[in-house]
Design a protein around this ligand. Structure first.
Ligand SMILES: *Cc1c(COP(=O)(O)O)cnc(C)c1O
Length: 307
């Protein structure tokens, strides 16, 4: 896999505010096992191989980047994959699930109530009865191995004053915060409403790696959340967000997904406008990929996001 590159963004706002913004283009690291999903799967795949598992089972919503990434990883690395999908089957399949099945993933739908108890032993036993032994990757792919993979996303965060990253479960930013070693300030932008709980979540994920409460507290001193850029909640979008990503694409020539990165980038530029960052600040935005999700939004809202 190629190391993705870092590009410097230029525009009049940044000149005026004297702020340097760079983007780590992890949307370029793989067409399907894209962005942070590549790093989250890296050690899960090698661990599944080492354990001799031939099946990988995981969970996700119908538009999940993680589901598609696991399907592709199964194809590339020779695993049979089973996707436990929240909600009922909707035909024809949307882009994500259609592609996942074409890659060989077997889909198993469960209702939302059952989905809530998906990590109980009883439910896992039920699944083992149906599918036999499998390597389980949790929803969103976040576990100990995922956080370790995400520690490799940024080579040297000492080059920046701020590192900004979108958050779903918090696994990605936990890895980034560990690898950061307090060199820069890490700012997380939750893609969902009432994201304050993610601070505890990130704390516990970091602690699962450090196994040291005191060290975890020290690492967390560089971590903060900006919880106001969820645009109404997970997978909610509006015209302001669409206009932002379109304009950004026309100026800078690359796309943000709207579920995660568009909201983060909107938030960063809004904070720049509001003089949140001191003059001369260097900011790195981590583009976590997720571009396949644009198809799902276009299907749901029956319109083009990017013209
Ligand atoms: C899954 C995903 C996230 C969220 O990552 P977490 O590790 O769950 O916080 C962010 N961006 C994109 C594009 C994703 O697909």
């Amino acid at each position: 896999m190629e190391r993705s590159n870092i590009s410097l963004i230029k525009n009049p706002l940044l000149d005026e505010k004297n702020i340097e913004v760079s983007v780590l283009r992890d949307d370029l690291n793989h067409p399907i096992i894209q962005g942070n999903k590549f790093w989250k799967l890296k050690y899960n795949i090698s661990n599944a191989q080492k354990k001799g598992n031939s099946n990988i089972l995981t969970f996700g919503g119908a538009y999940s980047n993680h589901i598609l990434a696991v399907a592709q990883a199964g194809k590339e690395f020779g695993f049979k994959t089973i996707g436990i999908i929240r909600g009922e089957e909707n035909l024809p399949l949307n882009f994500t699930l259609k592609t996942a099945t074409e890659l060989g993933m077997q889909l198993h739908y469960i209702d939302r109530t059952t989905y809530k108890i998906k990590h109980t032993q009883d439910f896992k036993d039920y699944l083992r009865n149906i599918y036999g032994a499998f390597y389980l990757i949790p929803e969103g792919g976040t576990n100990y191995y995922a956080v370790n993979g995400c520690m490799e996303i940024i080579k040297d965060s000492s080059l920046y004053d701020y590192v900004c990253c979108p958050i779903g479960t918090g696994g990605t930013i936990s890895g980034i915060t560990i690898a950061n070693k307090n060199q820069s300030k890490v700012i997380g932008f939750p893609a969902l409403k009432n994201g304050d709980f993610l601070k505890d979540e990130v704390h516990s994920q970091i602690n699962s790696v450090t196994q040291d409460e005191e060290l975890t507290d020290i690492l967390m001193e560089s971590f903060s959340l900006q919880t106001d850029y969820h645009f109404g909640g997970y997978a909610k979008i509006n015209e302001e967000l669409i206009n932002f990503v379109r304009e950004f694409n026309s100026i800078h020539g690359f796309k943000w997904d709207l579920i995660y990165n568009g909201k983060m980038a909107f938030g960063v530029f809004d904070l720049i406008k509001k003089n949140h960052f001191p003059k001369g600040s260097k900011i790195l935005l981590v583009h976590t990929g997720g571009l396949q999700g644009i198809n799902g939004l276009e299907e749901r809202f029956k319109r083009k996001i990017y013209e």
